[in-house]
Design a protein around this ligand. Sequence first.
Ligand code: ZN
Ligand code: ZN
Length: 356
Amino acid sequence: MSPSARPPLLTLQVQGLYCEAGDFFVDPWRPVDRAVITHAHADHARSGHRHYLAAAPGAGVLRARLGEISLQAQPYREPVDINGVRVSLHPAGHVLGSAQVRIEHRGEVWVVSGDYKLQRDPTCEAFEPVPCNTFVSESTFGLPIYRWAPPSQVFAEIDAWWAANAAAGRASVLYCYSFGKAQRILAGVDASIGPIVCHGAIESLNRVYRVAGVRLPDTALLSDVTRAATDRQTPDPQPLSRALVLAPPSAAGTSWLRRFPDPSDAFASGWMALRGARRRRACDRGFVLSDHADWPGLQQAIGESRAQRVFVTHGQVAVMVRWLGEQGIEAGALPTQFEGDEGEGDARADPTAPRS
Ligand SMILES: [Zn+2]
Ligand SMILES: [Zn+2]
């Protein structure tokens, strides 16, 4: 029997993407018995499942976010048998521990990409093409307008902004998502420019990254810096006025941020490629830095998968499906309930817009 004559290996159920042959779900959004998790962003890794399978490098982050769970932490590329279905996890290059899920049954192979990027990121293993018959690809930035500059260029821009602020005695407040983006920024900036202060939500994940062996520059909590100044009995604003301050978007307008003297603020996100998003954020600067593939990256990953069939999910679906059809690839949309990484993800509603 040809693969296309058999029922599809994965189908969409109310709980999420389901493999009936193996009786498990991939990134389900409702509680299930057995969940295979691509990565620990909140819209992919939900609480309440009875058993979790995820890539070993992401175990610490998953536990930090979900608490004590029944977790099988599987090394990348090492297959596990689930009810006769061969499942393995392969680096997706998105955040620490992010994985593509390879599912093989009776000679047919599906790969569920999860979120991925092809750009270099020293905080996680690089995306690895996995040949398959059917590729389920995210498409968060699946429009031709999205083309990322090399990370080195973006980090040079961030460094120049930070250095200029430091020279002028202003703190540099950079808003970014606390899991993944913040650590990538830490690993990418020139830490010799000044001290780095992180919001507690970011610092707790920095710790998990360091435990996992990811090298990050020294960071401090605001309370550490102010306590040190008090101990010296010289409430010296100098460190704070030279600091790079990483904060989640939710910290905007809080008393925590008012501790920094006359800050310049900026936002780091793929959405900063859109003028409307930049204007709504009303920051001094917007740095275009994304942990998702851009349009050429999506095309490259889909090509390297050598899939004859592609399901597009998570973001800008229609244009990508049309493009795939033009390439002679069987393509369809797969509706999901992924909301995006703490706001970065779903382009149906610009996630940088203020939440009401
Ligand atoms: Zn996502
Ligand atoms: Zn994600």
